[in-house]
Write a protein that binds this ligand. Structure first.
Ligand SMILES: *Cc1c(COP(=O)(O)O)cnc(C)c1O
Length: 396
């Protein structure tokens, strides 16, 4: 395509992103995902993966993926309903449902698709969705794709949730669904599910929880935030791309009529390819492993406690909590970027977050713990944080 007004316009937009310091640059990792990763500049301790249980390169999952490919081939070349459903898909769907304590589940290519396809078939123009303001982009998009009326409440604010439920009821909603992340990924805060459940029961609402940053490691056997709080979510969505092996894939788990209707009507399910055998086979092995992985969960939370204490001793400001998402608050976007660069030069791989991903003035480096990180990795990273903090002025 020759230079046109259209392409000049795009180039101008890119320049604007660059001028604001918001360009995202992708680092190349030259080997597997893990506690240490190979970068062009050498190896780095990786503190920004969602690899909570350290399974992304686990030999049992690699072997299960290989074995599934040997037995079931490489690709499906079909959506599920035409000729793309293998025994592995149904085994995984029932296995996920058993793990999560629901009637059934349905697989998607990603949780982004699960959330994108969930709302539109279940709710119509007479219905209401009451959504947390900090919900994941895929929930926001999925709600936009539905015809339901939209209500938003301030993050984890139960007074506001109640006000919005009252509004939805006063405005005559037939069915009401509350949609929330189980864990808010910028802060590592858990949604107050016991209070949400109580309000849902009072206003006769269905509770939908996206548990991407919880399934596998929060709650007994890692069954997620509802299990952690001892309450029932009506509909759960989740990912195979974080603690459950880290590859790819998403799901909705819930009551049989919900799953059955999504199988008939969810557009990302109907019009997108079936997950390949390597993924479904390895996900089955991941669930077997995760259910038994109290040792990995213990190590994950030991690491999180050690890392929090080390950063606090060093003089950094953290957000409170116990989740392995541990944000180091820096305030200024430029300071967050300078810290990330200094850490990078010292062999520590982190991600800086600033506006518009988080509110202005709340720039941060979001660190994430996992079970594969050793004490030596964490001590190395703490030394680097102290040195980078002094070099940037983040620490006195
Ligand atoms: C990561 C994430 C998703 C997207 O999951 P994918 O399977 O990677 O598409 C959706 N919701 C939340 C809350 C997430 O953290």
């Amino acid at each position: 395509m020759t230079e046109t007004a259209f392409l000049s316009h795009l180039t101008e937009t890119l320049r604007g992103i660059e001028a604001e310091g918001l360009t995202k640059r992708e680092r190349l990792i030259l080997g597997p995902q893990g506690a240490r990763v190979a970068l062009g500049s050498g190896t780095a301790v990786n503190l920004c993966a969602n690899n909570y249980l350290g399974l992304a390169n686990h030999p049992m999952l690699v072997a299960a993926a290989r074995q599934a490919m040997d037995a079931h081939g490489f690709g499906m070349a079909s959506v599920r309903f035409i000729c793309g459903t293998q025994d592995l898909h149904r085994t995984l769907e029932t296995r996920l449902a058993r793990y999560l304590g629901t009637d059934d589940s349905i697989l998607f290519a990603a949780c982004f698709d699960a959330n994108g396809g969930l709302f539109e078939p279940l709710l119509g123009p007479d219905d209401a969705i009451v959504s947390d303001a900090l919900n994941h982009a895929s929930i926001i998009d999925g709600i936009r794709l539905s015809k339901a009326r939209r209500y938003r409440y301030a993050n984890a604010d139960m007074a506001d949730l109640e006000a919005q439920l009252q509004r939805a009821r006063a405005e005559g909603a037939r069915f009401v669904m509350i949609a929330t992340d189980g864990v808010f990924s910028m802060d590592g805060y858990l949604a107050p599910l016991a209070d949400i459940r109580a309000l849902a029961d009072r206003y006769d609402a269905v509770v939908m929880v996206d548990d991407c940053h919880a399934t596998g490691f929060i709650g007994p056997q890692g069954r997620g935030t509802p299990a952690h709080f001892g309450v029932q979510a009506d509909i759960l969505t989740g990912t195979l791309g974080k603690a459950l092996g880290g590859a790819l894939g998403g799901y909705v788990a819930g009551p049989q009529p919900v799953i059955d209707l999504l199988r008939q009507r969810a557009r990302p399910y109907l019009f997108s390819n079936a997950l390949p055998p390597a993924i479904t086979g390895a996900a089955l092995a991941a669930l077997d492993l995760v259910e038994q992985a109290d040792d990995l969960r213990a190590r994950l939370f030991e690491n999180a406690a050690y890392w929090r204490a080390g950063l606090t001793d060093a003089g950094f400001t953290l957000l409170p909590g116990e989740h392995p998402i541990i944000p180091v608050m820096l305030g200024d976007a430029r300071l967050a970027q300078a810290m990330a660069a200094e850490l990078d030069a010292r062999g520590v791989y982190v991600a800086g977050f600033f506006f518009p991903v988080v509110p202005r003035g709340q720039a941060r480096i979001r660190t994430q713990m996992n079970a594969a990180l050793t004490r030596a990795d964490l001590d190395f990273a703490l030394d680097a944080f102290r040195a980078a903090g002094r070099a940037t002025g983040a620490l006195a």
